[in-house]
Design a protein around this ligand. Structure first.
Ligand code: RM4
Ligand code: MN
Ligand code: MN
Length: 375
């Protein structure tokens, strides 16, 4: 692909940043409050708008409920649109309430399952009011000890609960199902991996798709192959981008393993159809939150640009010839290309910053917000 075509493709990117990535977050050992952190969802949206202004491709914001709950969703939607953004996926929260100690949609008690379903149905309505087209579901459901509960019964309850929600989804909304093999359940999570997620989604229907969170795999998993297979099966609903060294570390995407990120984009570029939903899901504990988000979007732009630069014809010929290293070297050529000038031009054309991190640092935004939000 030519440089100008790549620049155009970057211009069409839509990355969703998460409202929850701007607020306070921590580890189970502690939370370090940051000066200037937003005090409510309106200010979280303001930070998301600043990331979009600097990068040009972060035009949507994903929301989490009840964390982002307000009285007047019309006012929230107006604020989001006024800031030049739109609402991405709506994320129901089924993991925080004390009722969910033994799970939510797979809980042994029907009353708790009904409560979880009710919350999801409420989120469907919120999504409709906000103009969102996806419910994005991560379940903390699972068990800590062998024998604690019946594994198949849990799966049946889970599918039954989700089927109720799926039946209520308006046609423009889809249901994204996230998998995770560990945490907070330590013996068996109820949606441990992409295979389990595919099975559940097939039972639900066509508009149930899988969401791949890069931190939700066991060490050594070949995530780009999972992406390729899900795309081939038309079940790839989207991503939660982040990076990790050990577990679900939620670090800046592309910071620890940029090659993996590049290979994931290679699979996306190689799959027919438009890109799936691209959302960042990170938890910034010691790093400045807005800068971390800006850097994340820049890393995504660069990984995408490099994947678009892969010489597909050369790759095809090498693979057809069974030339083991020529195909690999074709990928390396693209990965080693310095795409920073190209991405800077693409951002310039969008009216965004050529160097977003530098622009943020010199803009005084962080200092200004620290003063304004001090109360
Ligand atoms: C989970 C998962 C979900 C996110 C929560 C906050 O580990 O990644 O997507 O909503 O964290
Ligand atoms: Mn996630
Ligand atoms: Mn996670």
């Amino acid at each position: 692909m030519s440089d100008t075509a790549v620049e155009r493709a970057i211009g069409d990117l839509v990355i969703e940043t998460p409202s929850w990535g701007y607020g306070d977050s921590g580890t189970r050992f502690g939370t370090f409050p940051q000066p200037g952190r937003p005090r409510d969802v309106f200010e979280r949206v303001d930070d998301a708008a600043e990331v979009h202004r600097l990068t040009g491709t972060a035009g949507a914001v994903a929301l989490h409920f009840p964390w982002d709950a307000v009285e007047d969703y019309g006012a929230l939607r107006a604020h989001i649109e006024h800031r030049g953004l739109r609402v991405g996926a709506v994320n129901p929260n089924l993991f925080q309430d004390p009722d969910y100690k033994l799970g939510s949609v797979a809980h042994p008690d029907a009353a708790v399952r009904a409560r979880a379903v009710e919350h999801m149905l409420e989120c469907v309505e919120i999504a409709t009011e906000l103009g969102s087209e996806a419910q994005s579901l991560w379940l903390a459901d699972g068990t800590n000890y062998p024998g604690q509960d019946d594994l198949r019964a849990r799966r049946e309850r889970l599918v039954g609960s989700l089927a109720e929600v799926y039946a209520a989804l308006p046609s423009e909304q889809e249901l994204l199902v996230e998998y995770k093999p560990f945490e907070p359940a330590f013996y068996a999570t109820d949606v441990p991996d992409w295979g389990a997620a595919v099975g559940i989604c097939r039972q639900l229907g066509e508009r149930a798709r899988i969401l791949v969170d890069l931190g939700h795999h066991l060490q050594g998993a070949n995530v780009e192959q999972i992406v390729a297979f899900l795309a081939a099966d038309d079940r790839l609903g989207g991503f939660h981008f982040n990076n990790r060294k050990y577990a679900d570390d939620d670090l800046v995407v592309g910071s620890v393993n940029p090659f993996e990120l590049f290979l994931i984009f290679c699979e996306l570029v190689g799959s027919p159809g438009p890109l799936p939903r691209l959302t960042i899901d990170q938890s910034h504990n010691i790093e400045p939150k807005v800068e971390a988000m800006v850097l994340s979007v820049v890393n995504l732009q660069e990984a995408y640009a490099k994947a678009l630069l892969v010489d597909r014809e050369r790759l095809r010929v090498a693979q057809a010839a069974g030339d083991v290293l020529a195909g690999h070297e074709t990928l390396l050529d693209a990965f080693r290309t310095d795409v920073r000038p190209l991405c800077a031009r693409a951002r310039g054309q969008l009216g965004a910053a050529e160097d977003p991190v530098e622009a943020l640092r010199t803009s005084g935004y962080a200092e200004h917000m620290a003063a304004e939000r001090a109360s």
